[in-house]
Design a protein around this ligand. Structure first.
Ligand SMILES: Cc1cc2nc3c(=O)[nH]c(=O)nc-3n(C[C@H](O)[C@H](O)[C@H](O)COP(=O)(O)O)c2cc1C
Length: 364
């Protein structure tokens, strides 16, 4: 079935609409993989429910003729505080995979965090991108390989390395297992190809009682973050922080930013919504490093709430994958356009004209 045209995409009004549209372009197993989460998916639901519980407290009679969503981060300028979260296997939802996503990010002037589990190599992604990518890794059991991979990403122009720290072992993923999800033939972890097909094309989840994945080091500790920091000439972020103590340790290890995340509810079930974990972390960090957040962002209002609770920027995951499935690059661009526009509307209606004005004062 032909993907949606730019004209058709213009009539998509919300990110949630992309989810229902996308299902026509995805196999049931791929949809189960993307939509699903860990265990009973309580955290998946809570990521949304927690945003919905927050009430805004707007101010009126503020001149909002000019609304500025510009973010200054790491010495660079971002047009708006929304990034595309790292997600593996884009060829599951579009035949050109991450190349199509990069084109969408280009159209939207969005920064994409490329996943280590991309189905197109980081060099090809960087070459197609008009702005520097960030590169996300899981530290591999083979630290030499991990170092070489980071060097490849840096050589290709990536300007930040994001280490995801919340998946030392597999969590149960009932929905994708029930749907029989496997990486289809031809969908491989391109960045891992030199490790051989036993790893690059390994079944997504080991069977039976094996809780360890060949693609994630289970022995990763703060020592590895120290090691990476010592050798890294670019910004280092940790993704998957939920505890203020870990935020403190991340800063001690010299990390440049923290991403408060529960992996979209895909790792440890029944942890709090990331938006509910954010205030304690923001309080502990107290502005020493930027704090970003992902998990459950579906509306510009959610972006506003995250900033009000102390984030400088957010990342979106599933919605842009659905948009990629339904509309390719133009779909990704449309999804970002919806979010950006909604954020500006929320700022105007709440009486804020710049991101640094968005504080707890605007929440009840
Ligand atoms: C299909 C899929 C694949 C993902 N793959 C990765 C990954 O490779 N690395 C990573 O750090 N996070 C991964 N994530 C988690 C996202 O980066 C992000 O934390 C999460 O999707 C945010 O929640 P949201 O989907 O509600 O926006 C993945 C998420 C999804 C939905």
């Amino acid at each position: 079935m032909a993907r949606l045209t730019v004209e058709e995409l213009a009539s998509v009004l919300s990110l949630d609409e992309f989810e229902s549209l996308a299902q026509q372009y995805m196999t049931p197993a791929a949809y189960a993989y993307v939509a699903g989460g860990a265990g009973s998916e309580l955290t998946v639901a809570e990521n949304r429910a927690a945003f919905n519980r927050i009430r805004l407290n707007p101010r009126v009679l503020v001149d909002v003729t000019s609304i500025d969503t510009t973010l200054n981060l790491f010495g660079g300028k971002y047009e708006y505080p929304i990034l595309l979260a790292p997600a593996g296997y884009h060829k599951l939802v579009h035949p050109d995979g991450e190349i199509e996503t990069v084109k969408g990010a280009n159209l939207a002037e969005a920064t994409l965090v490329a996943s280590i589990f991309s189905t197109v190599g980081i060099e090809q992604m960087s070459a197609a991108s008009t702005r520097p990518l960030w590169f996300q890794i899981y530290i591999q059991t083979d630290r030499g390989f991990t170092k070489a991979l980071v060097e490849r990403a840096l050589a290709s122009g990536c300007e930040a390395i994001c280490v995801t720290v919340d998946v030392p072992v597999n969590g149960p993923r009932d929905r994708e297992l029930r749907a029989g999800f496997k990486l289809p033939r031809g969908v491989e972890r391109a960045n891992l190809s030199s490790l051989g097909t036993a790893i690059s094309a390994a079944s997504h989840r080991p069977a039976g009682r094996n809780i360890y994945a060949a693609t994630h080091g289970a022995d990763v500790t703060w020592k590895d973050i120290d090691w990476l920091r010592a050798n890294l000439p670019v910004k280092l972020l940790l993704k998957g922080i939920l505890h203020p103590e870990d935020a403190e340790l991340a800063m001690k290890a010299g990390c440049d930013a923290i991403i408060v995340s529960n992996h979209g509810g895909r790792s440890l079930d029944t942890v709090p919504a990331s938006i509910d974990a954010l205030p304690a972390i923001a309080a502990r960090v107290a502005g020493r490093v930027p704090v970003l957040l992902d998990g459950g962002i579906r509306r510009g209002i959610d972006v506003f709430k995250a900033i009000a609770r102390g984030a400088v920027a957010v990342l979106v995951g599933r919605p842009y994958l659905y948009a990629l499935a339904a509309g390719g690059a133009s779909g990704v661009a449309r999804a970002v356009e919806i979010l950006r526009t909604e954020l500006e509307m929320t700022m105007g209606l709440a009486g804020c004209t710049a991101l640094d004005q968005i504080t707890e004062r605007y929440l009840l």
